[in-house]
Design a protein around this ligand. Structure first.
Ligand SMILES: [Mn+2]
Length: 555
C-alpha cells in the first residue's frame, strides 16, 4: 500500500514538473514575442493584442453594411456578398503549398514590411478577412503596419473603423480621381518600412505566405516577387489551390493571361519550391523593396484608375535591371471576378486603352506596331504626355524591348506578316473618301479630290491597311455584298477571316481576294466631280483601276 502511494506521489510530482516546464516555456515565449513587438513605431507600442481586438466591434462593423434578404447578393460587388458574410472573418483555409515548402526554414531577421491595401467600395466582409488573415498568418515582427488607402469609398467608416485593429492605419483620398495606381503611390509614400507589400482588398493570405517573399528580396533587392494566387470562388467563397506551374504572359493586344510553363521549363524544374521567373505579374499582389520601387519610378501616375499598369511596371522592372518572380511556397487567395463592380469615369475599355497605349509608347519601341495592329481601337486615341516616362527610361538606362523579348519572353510570337500601315489611297489627284450618310446607314465611299491640310489628310481619307489585308477606317472595313462585276464597295463592320474584306496590292492594282476582281471607279450620274468605288474584272490598261497607296507606319 505504502509503495503504491509513494509511486503515485512520485508520478504526480513528475506531472507537476512537466506542467511547470510547459508553463515556464510558454510564458517565456510570450514574453519574447512581447519584446519583439516593442519599439515598434506603429501606434500600439506595448498594448496587449487581445485588448486591441476587443476595441474593434466586428459584428457592429459588418452589420452596418449587410446584404439584405431580397437583394441581389451580386449587385454591389460582383461576387456573392451573402456568402462572404456568412463565412467567419478568421476562417481556416487549406494549406495549399507543396509539402516540401513546409520543410523550408527562413532566417528570423527578415526585413519587416508595410502592407498596402487600396480599395474603393469594397465589401466590409472581404476587406476585413483580408486584414485578419494577414494579422493571423504572419509573424508579427514582419508586419510593420497595414496601410489602407480608401479611394473615396461612399462610406468613410469602411476604412476609419478598421484603424482600431492592430497595426492598421487608414488613409483616405478626398476625391475619386486617384484610382488604384495613384492610391498605391500615395500609400508607398507614407509607408515606413523598407519593403512594400501590395495586396488587393479581397484576399486571404495563407500559412507562412510572407517569409518566402521577404527572403528573396533580402537576398537581392532588385527582385520583385509575388505569391501563387489561389482562387477564392466568387459564388461559394471556397478556397481553391491554383496550379504552381503557371507564369504571367500576354498577347500583343496587352491582354494578360496565365501560361503553363513549357515542357522544357518544367523539365528544368527539379525542385517544386524554386521561384519561377515571370515575364509579367498579374499586378494585384506583389512585394518590392521601397527604395527600388522609388528608384524605378514608382508607377506611371498619368494612367487612370486600373488596368495595364502591371505591364508598365513589369516591362520597367525587367528592362531596367530587376527581375520578376512567382514564389511557389507563398500562397495568397484572391476573389477573381468576371467583371468590374464599379464604373470607370472614362469607361472601362477606354481606360484600358489609354493605359496600355502609354505602356506601348514608352516601353515597346518599334514593337508597338504589333500592339496597334492587335488593338486597332488604340490608333489615334489620346494618351496624354509621356515625356517624363521617356526621360525616366533614359535616366535609368533601361534596355530595349527587343532585349526583353529575346531574354525574358522569347515564347511570345512576333507576327510574321507585314505590319499595319496607314495613309491615303490615291488615283492621280483623287482619294478614296468615306462620306457620312443620313440615318443609320454606314458611310458611303467616293473618289474625290485629295485634300490635305499642312500635309495631314482628313480622317475621312485616311485608311489603315491591316496585317490581315483589310482596308479599314475605325471599326469599318471595305467590303462587298456580292461578287458580280460592277458591285459597289461599301463599309461594313470588320470581321477577321471574311474573304470579302481582304485586298491585296498587286502592281498598280488593288485586288479583291474573294472575287479576284480589281478595285475600280465608276461615274455617278453624269458628273465627273465624284466617282463611286466598285469592283470589276482586272484590266491592265484601265486607268480607273490604277491606284497608289501612300502608307506609313502606324502610331
Ligand atoms: Mn481583385
Amino acid at each position: 500500500m505504502r509503495r503504491m502511494a509513494r509511486r503515485l506521489a512520485l508520478s504526480l510530482a513528475g506531472l507537476l514538473w512537466i506542467a511547470a516546464l510547459i508553463f515556464f516555456f510558454l510564458g517565456g515565449r510570450r514574453k519574447l514575442e512581447a519584446e519583439e513587438s516593442e519599439g515598434d513605431p506603429a501606434k500600439e507600442g506595448d498594448v496587449d493584442w487581445d485588448d486591441l481586438w476587443d476595441q474593434f466591434d466586428e459584428r457592429r462593423y459588418l452589420n452596418a453594411q449587410k446584404w439584405r434578404p431580397g437583394e441581389d447578393p451580386y449587385r454591389l460587388y460582383a461576387f456573392n456578398q451573402r456568402e462572404s458574410e456568412r463565412i467567419p472573418s478568421d476562417r481556416a483555409i487549406k494549406d495549399t503549398r507543396h509539402y516540401r515548402c513546409t520543410e523550408l526554414h527562413y532566417q528570423s531577421d527578415l526585413p519587416p514590411t508595410s502592407v498596402i491595401i487600396t480599395f474603393h467600395n469594397e465589401a466590409r466582409s472581404t476587406l476585413l478577412r483580408t486584414i485578419r488573415s494577414v494579422l493571423n498568418r504572419t509573424p508579427m515582427h514582419l508586419i510593420h503596419e497595414i496601410l489602407l488607402v480608401d479611394d473615396f469609398s461612399d462610406n468613410l467608416d469602411d476604412c476609419r473603423l478598421l484603424s482600431k485593429l492592430p497595426k492598421v492605419r487608414c488613409l483616405r483620398n478626398e476625391q475619386r480621381e486617384a484610382g488604384l495606381i495613384r492610391s498605391r503611390v500615395r500609400g508607398a509614400g507614407v509607408a515606413q518600412a523598407a519593403v512594400l507589400t501590395f495586396l488587393d482588398s479581397h484576399c486571404e493570405v495563407n500559412k507562412d505566405w510572407l517569409p518566402p517573399l521577404l527572403h528573396r528580396i533580402k537576398e537581392d533587392p532588385t527582385r520583385v516577387v509575388s505569391p501563387v494566387i489561389d482562387i477564392i470562388n466568387l459564388d461559394t467563397f471556397a478556397y481553391i489551390a491554383a496550379s504552381s506551374d503557371l507564369r504571367g504572359g500576354f498577347d500583343w493586344s496587352l491582354h494578360f493571361k496565365w501560361e503553363q510553363l513549357s515542357a522544357e521549363q518544367k523539365a528544368k524544374r527539379l525542385d517544386p519550391t524554386e521561384p519561377i521567373k515571370t515575364p509579367v505579374i498579374a499586378g494585384g499582389l506583389f512585394v518590392i523593396e521601397k527604395s527600388w520601387f522609388n528608384h524605378l519610378g514608382k508607377y506611371d501616375t498619368a494612367m487612370d484608375i486600373w488596368g495595364g499598369e502591371n505591364f508598365e511596371i513589369s516591362f520597367r522592372v525587367w528592362m531596367c535591371g530587376g527581375s520578376l518572380e512567382i514564389i511557389p511556397c507563398s500562397r495568397v487567395g484572391h476573389v477573381f471576378r468576371k467583371k468590374h463592380p464599379y464604373v470607370f469615369p472614362e469607361g472601362n475599355a477606354n481606360t484600358y486603352i489609354k493605359n496600355t497605349k502609354r505602356t506601348a509608347e514608352v516601353w515597346m519601341d518599334e514593337f508597338k506596331n504589333h500592339y496597334y495592329a492587335a488593338r486597332p481601337a488604340a490608333q489615334g486615341r489620346p494618351y496624354g504626355d509621356i515625356q517624363k516616362r521617356l526621360s525616366l527610361r533614359r535616366t535609368l538606362k533601361c534596355r530595349s524591348f527587343k532585349w526583353y523579348l529575346e531574354n525574358v519572353y522569347p515564347e511570345l510570337q512576333i507576327p510574321a506578316e507585314s505590319l499595319s500601315k496607314s495613309g491615303i489611297i490615291r488615283q492621280r489627284q483623287r482619294c478614296i473618301e468615306s462620306q457620312k450618310t443620313e440615318g443609320p446607314e454606314p458611310p458611303s465611299l467616293n473618289l474625290v479630290p485629295c485634300s490635305s491640310l499642312k500635309g495631314v489628310s482628313p480622317q475621312s481619307q485616311e485608311w489603315v491597311y491591316t496585317q490581315v489585308q483589310q482596308i479599314s477606317q475605325g471599326p469599318l472595313c471595305m467590303s462587298v455584298h456580292t461578287l458580280f462585276p460592277g458591285t459597289q464597295v461599301v463599309l461594313l463592320p470588320c470581321r477577321e477571316g471574311d474573304g470579302k474584306q481582304r485586298w491585296s496590292k498587286v502592281g498598280s492594282h488593288i485586288e479583291h481576294m474573294a472575287s479576284r476582281f480589281c478595285l475600280d471607279t465608276d461615274i455617278i450620274g453624269d458628273t465627273e466631280e465624284s466617282r463611286e468605288i466598285v469592283i470589276n474584272p482586272c484590266e491592265t490598261t484601265a486607268i480607273t483601276q490604277r491606284w497608289e497607296m501612300v502608307l506609313h507606319d502606324l502610331n
